[in-house]
Design a protein around this ligand. Structure first.
Ligand code: GLA
Length: 379
């Protein structure tokens, strides 16, 4: 009995810790989408500077996450080293912390990462302790070559090993699972200490990839998201050039509706005004970061027209009208379809930043091809 109570106590403590760490979806930047293997310690420093000077930090983007290709060889004691592109990791972490930001790193449960650098296989405890000693705040843990040494069904145990190692490391670190949504990861990730988990394979900087991942692959996953544990439809491509500004606005809106992690994947040092306006839209960010932590669900699908709703902590409703088609469409959000009671409600347009007044029964609006109208409806 006593041991059961102790177990329940430690599970509750672990959950509280997880919830504290990512009570809202993590926000920050990650090196992979833009820089791939070209990321260096110097670029990470410049990105940290730019996170502050561009207003990204003030808007809530705090994690500066180094993805794959920082890893060097292990020393004689098995300690992982950085490679020549990165100097001393502790010094880099201190630099990022000095800007009031947090720093993330990347590894794999396999012998090698996806880019064929050193992974954490058989060094899990040692690596977690080393990351903690460096001052790391966030670990993305990517399956990659683990497929050569484990069976896929062993994933929960393999990820738990690192989840436990992080807990024992003495430093709180957000734990980001990257195994592409295999083995219904949403069922078990929170119980092994996961704060977020990728739900799909990698995003590409083009409409088809972004929209398939964002609209089609997240349906029915909404019940798994909540404070401390989030579905992760992958990092943002906004500003990388493969989509139009209209499409990037849809990307940002959809990720905010999904309560997805907002990890910018562009070169923060050089952002045009349109990219800034999208990434720094505080009214849209507030929907993503809403304290209730609910992920939107789709309430209307009519050919290319989709309406998604997300309940918010103060009783308001975020409503997004998306047009996935090739031509502009007239769309209406009918209060009845959205299960909104009462007829007249205050509507605010979160991209136009304009109050639309009190609207009766239905809000009708023209939505451009691949575009979105995102609203906050006060009930
Ligand atoms: C996988 C991940 C990506 C990125 C690369 C790095 O493809 O899904 O997000 O981390 O590995 O090699």
């Amino acid at each position: 009995m006593g041991s059961r109570i102790a177990l329940i106590g430690s599970l509750l403590a672990a959950n509280c810790l997880a919830a504290d760490l990512a009570s809202t979806p993590p926000m920050g930047w990650n090196s992979w989408n833009k820089f791939h293997g070209n990321i260096t310690g110097q670029i990470v420093r410049e990105i940290a500077d730019a996170m502050v000077s561009s207003g990204m930090k003030d808007a809530g983007y705090v994690y500066v996450n180094i993805d794959d290709t920082w890893e060097g060889q292990r020393d004689a004691e098995g300690n992982i080293q950085t490679n020549e592109k990165f100097g001393d990791m502790k010094t880099l972490a201190d630099y990022v912390h000095g800007k009031g930001l947090k720093i993330g790193i990347y590894s794999s449960p396999g012998p090698q990462t996806c880019a064929k650098f050193e992974g954490s296989y058989q060094h899990e405890e040692q690596d977690a302790k080393r990351f903690a000693a460096w001052g790391i705040d966030y670990l993305k843990y990517d399956w990659c070559s683990a497929r050569d040494v484990y069976k896929q069904t062993e994933m929960p145990a393999v990820y738990k090993k690192m989840g436990d190692a992080l807990k024992n490391s003495g430093r709180p670190m957000v734990f980001s699972l990257c195994q592409y949504g295999l083995e219904k990861v949403w069922d078990w990730a929170p119980s092994i200490g996961g704060n977020l988990w990728r739900t799909t394979s990698d995003i590409q900087d083009e409409w088809k990839s972004m929209s398939t991942i964002g609209f089609d692959k997240q349906v029915n996953l909404e019940s798994y998201a909540g404070p401390g544990h989030w579905n992760d439809p992958d990092m943002l491509e906004i500003g990388n050039g493969g989509m139009s500004d209209v499409e990037y606005r849809t990307h940002m809106s959809l990720w905010a509706m999904l309560a997805a992690p907002l990890l910018a994947g562009n070169d923060i040092r050089n952002m045009d005004d349109a990219t800034k306006a999208i990434l720094l839209n505080k009214e849209v960010i507030a929907i993503d970061q809403d304290a209730l932590g609910r992920q939107a669900h789709r309430v209307v699908k009519d050919g290319p027209k989709e309406i998604w709703v997300k309940p918010l902590a103060n009783g308001d409703l975020a409503v997004a009208l998306f047009n996935r088609g090739y031509t502009a469409e007239l769309m209406s959000a009918n209060w009845v379809d959205l299960e909104i009671k009462g007829s007249r409600h205050k509507v605010r347009d979160l991209w136009a930043h304009v109050d639309r007044g009190r609207v009766s029964d239905s809000y009708a609006v023209q939505v451009s091809s691949h575009g979105v109208i995102m609203l906050r409806v006060t009930l």
